[in-house]
Each structure stands twice: as C-alpha cells, then as structure tokens.
Design a protein around this ligand. Structure first.
Ligand code: ATR
Length: 288
C-alpha cells in the first residue's frame, strides 16, 4: 500500500511554476501526481506573474524557503539572466526552465533540451540521425539544436522565416564546431526534406489546428521522422506526415521528460525514482 504525504502540513515545502499565462499548464497536475507517488511532503503550484514582478517573485520564493521553480514562456531568458550559478546547458542555450533555491542562492538549469532528447531517443532506432531539419529559431529551437549537437547529429539545417535570427542561433550555438550547422530560409524546406532523416517543428504555428509553418504541398517521405513540439492536438503538419506513413512524435513526451528531470533536480533524487508513466497518464487524461 502506498503512503501519501499529508498535503499542506506545516512542514510542506513548495515548488512553483512561473510564467504568463500558466492557467493552461499541465505541470501542476503532473508534478503533484509524482510528488504524491513519491510520498514527498511538497506541493507544486502555479503563479501567473507580470514581467515587472518576476524578480521580486523569485526573491520572495527564496525568502519563503521554496525548493525551486519551473520557468515557462516568456521568462526563460529573463530567468537565465538572474541566476547565481548556471549549468553548462543553460549557459549554452541562454535560457533556464528550472530554478533551484539553495542556501539563499538561485541555480539555473535547462531540462528542455534533454527532455526532448530522451523523448526522441525512445523512438529513433538509428542513432543519431544523419541530417536534421529544425523549423524555427526561437527559444525552443535553441534547446533542440543544442540537443542535436550533444547527440552527435552531423548535419543540421535551421530553417526560419527571418533568416538573420537563424543565423544568430547558429553563430551562438555552433561556431567553432566541426558539425555542419546551417541557417536557411523557411522556403527551402522541400530542398532539404528528402535528404533528412528527422524534422523538428519548434514554432507555435499549428496550435490553432489549421495553420502550418510550411506549405503542405507534396507527399511526406515516409522514412523521415517528424518531432512536433506542439502537444494536445494533432497539427496539420503532424497529420500530413502520418497520412504518408511517417513516424511522428508530439511534444507531450518532451514535456513529461523535462518535468521528470526538473523534479529529480529539486528533490535530489535519481531520475529512475520519478514515476514518468504516472505523469504521462495524468497528462493524457487531462488532454482527453
Ligand atoms: P519559442 O520560445 O516558443 O521558440 P519564439 O522565441 O517567439 O518562441 O519563436 C517563435 C518562432 O516561430 C520563430 O522561429 C518565429 O519565426 P521568426 O523568427 O521569423 O519570427 C516562428 N514564427 C512565428 N510566426 C510564424 C509564422 N507565421 N510563420 C513561420 N514562422 C513563424
């Protein structure tokens, strides 16, 4: 029989989600299921914070003895700029999605990249893919490109609507490396598709269920895997790839993996302890 920790006792610790907006987030559901399962006397809560209050919110949580926080859109770069210490990946990516409060200090981590990588490695048999196309050059793209570099993908093409942003991303993440990492305009998607083995869609285009960042004008090569970072609905791009027999993964496994990794940091417990299956089940239930 499982022993559940009493909720909100005087000894309970807190972990927070800070962002704007946060009301739609699955993190509180997933994290509290895991915390109960682990019999930790810790509660995970969400706070919708204004940009002007972000620093004082973090200072307040440190003063209250919170264990840490997840940081979500649009504050991951801001969080990065205010940490006392940063792990290597957060430093390279330039963004933090995890803050840990210890001894009055704020340590910043990035678990997005490794959350994505673990999710991908659970479906990709050929390790690593030879060529990857990354659609988008925002914060999510930075984490994915960093993950592809760590994985050892030898040919990476970052496609973006505004080429200069993709060029800046490539410059900051890949300069001095032997890997081929190129920035190209989004219109070149079909120039590179057939020679790729993996496509990662990192923009929010498709969240409305009708739009796509690339024109769906021809068949999808069925040996090309699609990683779509959007979750909670099947985007037109994901449906299109599936229609032609392409292997696809949506953003839910990445979300759950980054959450599990975050929890292992705050609780100082090995990742194997974290009940990832229960977290996925809870998230799927909430998504219907
Ligand atoms: P995130 O942190 O979630 O990645 P972001 O930093 O705002 O979000 O980045 C959004 C990405 O979506 C960018 O690559 C953006 O392209 P631009 O750099 O050219 O703005 C891309 N994007 C947004 N709207 C788009 C659209 N209508 N078509 C194609 N790409 C779009």
């Amino acid at each position: 029989m499982k022993h559940y920790a009493p909720l909100a006792s005087a000894r309970a610790k807190t972990i927070w989600l800070l962002g704007h907006p946060v009301a739609h987030s699955l993190s509180p559901l997933m994290q509290n299921v895991a915390l109960r399962h682990l019999s930790e006397n810790v509660v995970y809560l969400a706070a919708d914070v204004d940009k002007s209050s972000f620093q004082s919110a973090v200072d307040g949580l440190v003063a209250l003895g919170a264990l840490g926080a997840n940081v979500t859109v649009p504050y991951k770069e801001l969080a990065y700029s205010m940490c006392d210490e940063l792990d290597v990946s957060a430093q390279a990516i330039g963004a933090c999605n995890v803050l840990r409060f210890k001894d009055g200090k704020v340590d910043g981590y990035n678990t997005d990249w490794i959350g994505w990588l673990r999710a991908m490695q659970s479906v990709v048999k050929k390790i690593p893919p030879s060529k990857a196309l990354v659609v988008g050059a925002g914060g999510a793209s930075r984490a994915v490109v960093y993950a592809l570099l760590q994985w050892g993908v030898s040919d990476i093409v970052v496609l973006n609507r505004s080429l200069d942003r993709a060029e800046r991303l490539v410059q900051s993440l890949a300069s001095g490396r032997s890997t081929s990492v190129k920035a190209r305009p989004l219109e070149e998607f079909y120039v590179h598709l057939d020679s790729s083995s993996l496509v990662v869609q990192t923009t929010s285009i498709g969240l409305d269920g009708i739009s796509s960042p690339v024109e769906l004008k021809r068949d999808w090569p069925k040996e090309v895997i699609l990683s779509e970072l959007i979750y909670g609905l099947k985007t037109p791009l994901l449906k299109h790839a599936r229609l032609y027999g392409g292997l696809t993964q949506d953003g839910l496994p990445m979300l759950v993996n980054q959450a599990a990794l975050s929890l292992s940091i705050w609780l100082e417990r090995p990742l194997e302890d974290i009940p990832t299956d229960e977290m996925i089940a809870k998230a799927r239930l909430a998504l219907g």
